[in-house]
Design a protein around this ligand. Structure first.
Ligand SMILES: CC(C)(COP(=O)(O)OP(=O)(O)OC[C@H]1O[C@@H](n2cnc3c(N)ncnc32)[C@H](O)[C@@H]1OP(=O)(O)O)[C@@H](O)C(=O)NCCC(=O)NCCS
Length: 151
């Protein structure tokens, strides 16, 4: 795709919501988004020639041992045109600028997106060495249960 502009910054709340809507991902509250963005380490946003937002990515973590890539999203109508790779290139530059020996860089791939991340050096779990990645999503209906630890 021609005439793209890449900015090394986080999206604002509305930009973030627009891309998540485009990806058909759930939309957290504005307050949650604000907290999430302001606690992020690094972000990238990409605009097309009409100055329309077409993609984003961000990194969270402790700047020492763990970095996590989140919210890599390209608008569906312009996917497979190289924008995702541009975003990942910026994110990986940041990762390599702050990562040290034994820094772990993680991400949770969406279904069927593993091939995209493999191109940037990520390996799938479970593997011979590592167990599966595991996850939990807090939802209103199970929030009470989720905060009760097993006896
Ligand atoms: C995953 C995503 C970010 C990829 O962005 P994109 O702009 O389409 O990717 P690119 O055009 O830069 O593709 C780069 C390469 O990855 C490949 N690729 C893209 N999507 C792929 C997929 N689902 N599986 C395997 N390879 C894929 C492309 O073929 C291309 O290969 P090439 O370099 O050999 O030509 C995009 O599909 C997206 O936003 N999906 C919806 C949100 C999402 O699932 N994000 C991931 C969250 S973990």
């Amino acid at each position: 795709m021609q005439n793209l502009t890449v900015h090394r910054r986080l999206p604002d709340i509305q930009e973030f919501k627009n891309l998540r809507i485009a990806a058909e991902w759930p939309i957290p509250s504005d307050q949650q988004i604000q907290t999430a963005l302001s606690n992020s380490l690094f972000g990238v946003v990409v605009f097309d020639h009409l100055n329309k937002l077409v993609g984003m990515g961000r990194i969270i973590g402790d700047l020492g041992i763990y970095l996590h890539i989140q919210d890599v999203i390209v608008r569906p109508d312009v996917q497979k045109t190289g924008i995702g790779s541009m975003i990942m290139k910026e994110l990986m530059e940041f990762v390599h600028s702050v990562g040290r020996n034994e820094t772990h860089v993680g991400l949770m791939s969406s279904k069927a997106r593993e091939g995209f991340y493999k191109k940037f050096g990520f390996t799938e779990r479970p593997s011979e060495k590592f167990g599966a990645g595991m996850t939990m999503i807090i939802r209103e209906e199970n929030h009470q249960a989720a905060t009760r630890l097993p006896a």
